[in-house]
Design a protein around this ligand. Structure first.
Ligand SMILES: Nc1ncnc2c1ncn2[C@@H]1O[C@H](COP(=O)(O)OP(=O)(O)O)[C@@H](O)[C@H]1O
Ligand SMILES: [Mg+2]
Length: 259
C-alpha cells in the first residue's frame, strides 16, 4: 500500500479539504485509507469533529503506538490519526527525521495512508512524509502567487533529497506528483492563462475541483465535502483524483505480478 501526502510550499491552498475529500473518495472505491493529520494546527482533526485527547500522530512518528490503536474515526467512519500541537516539538535531527520517514513508510506498506501536512515544507513531520511519499498531491489555485510557491517548492525539496546519497539509499524518492487545481473557474481569463503557463512548464493537472460553497461549509457537520455534498461538482473533482490514484495503484500491482 502506498503513502499519499498532500503538501504545498504555500499555505491556505486547500490541502486539508483535499486530504479529507480524497480519503472519502478512495473509500468509495473500496480503497479504505487511514487519514493522518501531521499539521500541528490539527485542522483536519478539527474539521472531522475530533480532538486529540491522549495519543496522536506524534506517537505514530516516534513509534510508540501502532496506527490502528491511534486511529479515531470521523463522523462517516474514516479512520484518522489525530494531529496535535505537539508535532512542533519533533526533533529536527537527521537520524530522527529518517526514523519518522521510515515509520511512515513501513506503516504504509500495510495500510493506505493519506497524510495532511502543515503550511510550508519546514516541519520535520512534513519533510519525513515527503521523503517517504509514493504520491504527492499538490493542490493549487490558478493564481501566479500561489503557483510560484506551491509545486516549485516541493520539487526543490525533492531535489535536495535526491542529492543526498544516504537518503537515496534508504528511500525510493520517486513519488508520482499529482497537481490538483482547486477553487477553479475555467471561465476566468486568469485561470486559462495560468493553465497555459503550467502546460508550457510540463505540469499536467490531474484533477479540477471547482469553487463551491459545499467545500467551505462541510466542516460544520464534521464531514468531508464528498460525504457532505456527494453530487456536487467539487466532489466529482475529488472522485477524479481518487480514480487516477487507484488506476495507478492497479498498474503498479500488475507490473509487480508480471515481474
Ligand atoms: N473547492 C472549494 N471552493 C471553495 N472554498 C474552498 C474549496 N476548497 C476549500 N475551500 C476553503 O478554502 C479554505 C482553505 O482550505 P483548507 O483546506 O483549510 O486549506 P489548507 O489546509 O491548505 O490551509 C477553507 O476555508 C476551505 O473551506
Ligand atoms: Mg490545512
Amino acid at each position: 500500500m502506498p503513502l499519499i501526502v498532500v503538501a504545498s510550499g504555500k499555505g491556505g491552498v486547500t490541502k486539508t479539504t483535499t486530504a479529507y475529500a480524497l480519503g472519502s473518495a478512495l473509500r468509495e472505491l473500496d480503497a479504505m485509507p487511514i487519514l493522518v493529520d501531521l499539521d500541528p494546527g490539527a485542522s483536519l482533526t478539527e474539521n472531522a469533529g475530533l480532538i486529540a485527547d491522549g495519543t496522536h500522530a506524534r506517537d505514530l512518528l516516534e513509534g510508540r503506538e501502532n496506527v490502528e490503536a491511534l486511529s479515531g474515526a470521523t463522523v462517516d467512519g474514516l479512520p484518522i490519526v489525530p494531529g496535535t500541537v505537539d508535532l512542533l516539538n519533533l526533533s529536527n535531527d537527521r537520524a530522527d527525521l529518517l526514523g519518522y520517514a521510515q515509520r511512515l513508510y513501513d506503516v504504509s506498506r500495510e495500510r493506505l495512508l493519506v497524510i495532511d501536512t502543515a503550511q510550508g515544507l519546514a516541519l520535520a513531520a512534513t519533510r519525513a512524509a515527503l521523503l517517504a511519499a509514493d504520491y504527492i498531491v499538490v493542490p493549487m489555485q490558478a493564481e501566479p502567487a500561489v503557483i510560484k510557491r506551491s509545486y516549485p517548492d516541493v520539487l526543490a525539496l525533492l531535489r535536495v533529497f535526491l542529492a543526498d546519497p544516504e537518503l537515496r539509499a534508504r528511500f525510493p524518492i520517486n513519488p508520482e506528483l499529482l497537481f490538483v487545481l482547486t477553487k477553479c473557474n475555467t471561465r476566468l481569463g486568469l485561470t486559462r492563462h495560468e493553465l497555459e503557463r503550467l502546460a508550457k512548464d510540463g505540469v499536467q493537472v490531474a484533477a479540477y475541483v471547482p469553487a463551491g460553497v459545499a467545500a467551505a461549509e462541510c466542516c460544520l457537520t464534521g464531514q468531508s465535502v464528498v460525504d457532505y455534498a456527494p453530487r456536487s461538482p467539487v466532489s466529482a473533482g475529488y472522485r477524479d483524483l481518487a480514480r487516477t490514484i487507484v488506476a495507478s495503484l492497479n498498474r503498479a500491482k500488475l507490473s509487480l505480478a508480471a515481474s
